[in-house]
Design a protein around this ligand. Sequence first.
Ligand SMILES: [Zn+2]
Length: 97
Amino acid sequence: MKDQEILEIKKARAEITRASQYRDLDLIWWDTIGVAAEALDRLTPKKPIVETDDFDDRSVCCPHCIGPVTNYWAPGTKPKHCQFCGQALDWGEGAEG
Ligand SMILES: [Zn+2]
């Protein structure tokens, strides 16, 4: 993720925090703020998690939707986003297949 993108996300996050402090917002704005906050959350890279299935096979999974982002046949794959929900993934360290 580029520095400029990180800066934009931080700015947007600050705006969401500011907007959420207005107590008399219409309900529709709360929905909008919620959607925006969730979208920002998906754009912010998070470390994948390791899940073990019923057959004791380990899968590297999305931290948001727990969908498998790598599988037994492609353990070295490191996608930038979850194919199921779009969560940005951080492969910086650990959590490798
Ligand atoms: Zn996901």
